[in-house]
Design a protein around this ligand. Structure first.
Ligand code: SPD
Length: 360
């Protein structure tokens, strides 16, 4: 072939145009398929979506570097706070986020204490950690007048033993697992005090044989199907279990309780890892998530409150008035915002939690 012909063919040969994409790593059961599909339809950006159910798993990937993710959703305290302090995130380019104005000023103010100037973290959803339960099975085992209104339901060995017959699950979450026990003992949920943590391990020790498993996601389906009857759980996940059971019309009746001793209120945020490859696409996806109609429809499905003030009017009234999702003032007064243990407090906490989980 003549040289000039080869050159011409090379020039006109079709070049595959790479589709833009964004690699998202979020908690499981925390978005709608419809939101992902609509984003791609509108922008042409493909969303590669992976899920986790534990902040430690996300942290390990970020600390190792080259996670391959362009957008991640750490819980604000202590995780996102530590990530920001370690320089793991890119500053957000607010000029690419016109919907930032829709966010709640109070939520932003809360995040600014761990992320000065709200430079890296966008508030996504917030919720509480309490107790999810199968109303009829618990009544069957404990008697119809038994109330699920205290952490005692999980931490009293005699009660736990009885409830183990229908299945108890706990979160695989050090912050929440230790936090609930510390609140029950009247201590600060972020305590790293060795005496407090010994009291916590002593509290778990007699109930440990009654715990079927530790998982931060499996309990949703298990509650909905009637395979367990009680779980320490995240508010929206328990209410998703309630909705799944109702949809399946399987006669399982799930409720969520915020214990009278108090509970942790947490916020999950979104951030762009420092080594993200698709930064423009990550900003486009973040801005899309801050559209009132988009985030309200996600809230309506995942049953978590969001950090978007402009979305409130579009949230389904049933969700807005659900005390498990938006706790009324008397309950809110008992909530303790997630906190940030120091490194010195963290070490004994990790040791205590490992001991509790392994039962050794
Ligand atoms: N299925 C979504 C669950 C989100 C829970 N994030 C909160 C963690 C609190 N430590």
């Amino acid at each position: 072939m003549k040289a000039w012909l080869v050159a011409t063919l090379t020039l006109v040969a079709p070049v595959a145009i790479a589709q833009k994409q964004v690699n998202v790593y979020n908690w499981s059961d925390y978005i709608t398929e419809d939101a992902l599909r609509s984003f791609t339809q509108e922008t042409g950006i493909k969303v590669v979506y992976d899920v986790y159910d534990n902040n430690e798993v996300l942290s390990a990937k970020l600390l190792a570097g080259r996670s391959g993710y362009d957008l991640v959703f750490p819980s604000a305290r202590p995780f996102a706070a530590r990530h920001v302090a370690s320089g793991l995130y890119l500053p957000l380019d607010k000029s690419k986020l016109p919907n930032w104005k829709n966010l709640y000023p109070d939520v932003l103010k809360g995040l600014a204490s761990i992320d000065p100037g709200n430079a890296h973290l966008m508030p996504y959803m917030w919720g509480t950690t309490g107790i999810g339960y199968n109303v009829d099975k618990v009544a069957q085992v404990m008697g119809k007048d038994f109330k699920v209104d205290s952490w005692k339901v999980l931490f009293d060995p005699a009660t736990a033993k009885k409830l183990s017959s229908c299945g108890i699950a706990l979160l695989d979450d050090e912050v929440e697992g230790l936090g609930a026990a510390l609140i029950y003992l009247g201590k600060a949920p972020k305590s790293g005090n060795v005496a407090d943590l010994t009291a916590v391990t002593n509290l778990y020790q007699p109930i440990r044989p009654s715990i079927r498993y530790f998982s931060s996601s499996r309990y949703i389906d298990d509650l909905a199907n009637g395979d367990i009857c009680i779980a320490m759980g995240y508010s929206g996940d328990v209410l998703q279990a309630r909705d799944r059971a109702a949809e399946a019309e399987n006669g399982v009746n799930i409720a969520y309780a915020i214990p009278k001793e108090g509970a942790i209120r947490w916020v999950d945020s979104a951030a762009i890892p420092k080594d993200a490859k698709n930064v423009a696409e990550a900003h486009a996806f973040l801005d899309y998530l801050m559209r009132p109609a988009v985030i309200a429809s996600i809230t309506n499905y995942v049953t978590y409150a969001n950090g978007n003030q402009a979305a409130t009017a579009s949230v389904d009234p049933d969700i807005r008035n659900d005390p498990g999702i938006y706790p009324p003032p008397a309950v809110a007064a008992k909530l303790i915002d997630d906190t940030l243990p120091s490194n010195a407090e963290q070490r004994p906490r990790v040791r205590a939690w490992t001991k509790i989980k392994t039962g050794r």
